[in-house]
Design a protein around this ligand. Structure first.
Ligand code: SF4
Length: 354
């Protein structure tokens, strides 16, 4: 296929070093107690991603918040009456919460908590890509900045990407996809849609190794393999279940297998263990031939969230998310299309066919 505008070369994103908070048991108890008091005083609720530290996930649930994927975090925050939202996750999650909840104060433990997909897709380059292909609708993954969402026609999450692309394809649309090349490739294979793919990748999922996974499967023949679709094709090809974080947690609970090999960030194990106590969870391998593992199954940006910096933002009001009004309004439209689609599809008003 010849392109009027070349698909961007693979951006070289270097992950920051992994620095995880280490606290004594007493420090953790004291910090959690202090945070709970501050949250009450400030009418705040905590929403945490599955990949964040177990302390934050527990704190979110103990204080009436939620632990979920990025879309559900924003939805929960929208429905919750609290005036302050604390988003433990990465920057685009805080931005999505602000886009859907402009009247609320949105704070994050660390604004440097980014994402290799977001970083790989700067808004000006993405705009040039769209401008070069006016005949195509642009579909972007949730892991993008507010400015990229504002330029896109549709936003999708991994849980709904296949359905939306299948629908757009059935309507005769050709598509641009950004930023995750593996997820885009997977969606293209499943739907048969005509898609031009941006070349970003997730440093965590890209590191899973197909050959080493084959060996691990041979050692655990009864294990079900659960794979997030940001992983390479040869890893996805070995999956029993391919799905979003929420779908993978459901799979651990629902499938009869005793063992699971899991190809996504190992922060999710905390929720999987709670959902299916007694089941054995194995990390999909990131080592082996060609290993360039920067993160080894744990996101260094997610690891920037901790109890100490959470307490600090509540004490100081630092790290508030602000988004320029016109960008926020446009980004809201492309997110709203996805939300409306999800409601219509659930209600049976959209037929997706085979
Ligand atoms: S796990 Fe991957 S996709 Fe998720 S925030 Fe980290 S770098 Fe981004």
């Amino acid at each position: 296929m010849s392109l009027a505008f070349p698909v961007p070369v693979r951006p070289a994103i270097v992950a920051p070093p992994m620095v995880e908070e280490t606290l004594s048991a007493d420090e953790r108890v004291a910090l959690k107690s202090r945070i709970k008091t501050l949250m009450q005083q400030q009418d705040a609720v905590l929403v945490a991603h599955y990949y964040t530290h177990a302390d934050l996930q527990d704190l979110a649930e103990e204080t009436g918040g939620c632990v979920s994927d990025s879309l559900e975090m924003a939805r929960f925050a929208h429905a919750h009456p609290a005036r302050t939202l604390i988003v433990a996750g990465v920057k685009f999650m805080g931005e999505t919460s602000k886009i859907l909840n402009p009247e609320k104060r949105v704070l994050m433990p660390d604004l440097a908590a980014d994402c290799s997909l977001d970083l790989a897709c700067p808004a000006d380059a993405f705009t040039a890509f769209c401008d070069a292909h006016p005949d195509r609708l642009s579909v972007v993954y949730a892991n993008t900045s507010a400015a990229v969402k504002a330029r896109a026609d549709w936003v999708v999450t991994s849980g709904i990407a296949v359905k939306i692309v299948k629908y757009l394809h059935s309507q005769g649309h050709k598509l641009l996809w950004a930023p995750d090349r593996h997820l885009g490739d997977y969606v293209q294979r499943v739907t048969g849609a005509d898609m031009l793919l941006w070349q970003g990748s997730c440093v965590v999922h890209e590191a899973f190794k197909a050959e080493a996974l084959k060996k691990l499967r041979a050692e655990h023949p009864g294990a079900a393999v659960l794979v997030h679709p940001e992983s390479p094709e040869a890893v996805i090809a070995q999956a029993d279940v391919v799905g979003s974080t929420t779908q993978l947690i459901h799979a651990v609970h629902d499938l009869p297998n005793r063992e699971f090999i899991v190809a996504t960030d190992n922060g999710i194990f905390h929720k999987m263990r709670a959902a299916a106590p007694g089941k054995i969870l194995l990390e999909a391998p990131t080592a082996g031939e060609g290993a360039t593992c920067q993160s080894c199954a744990h996101c260094p940006w997610m690891a920037m969230n901790g109890l100490k910096n959470l307490a600090r933002v509540l004490e100081t009001g630092a790290n508030e998310i602000h988004i320029e009004a016109s960008i926020r309004a446009k980004a809201r439209l492309s997110i709203q299309r996805m939300l409306d689609f999800a409601i219509a599809e659930k209600a049976g008003r959209i037929q997706l066919g085979d």
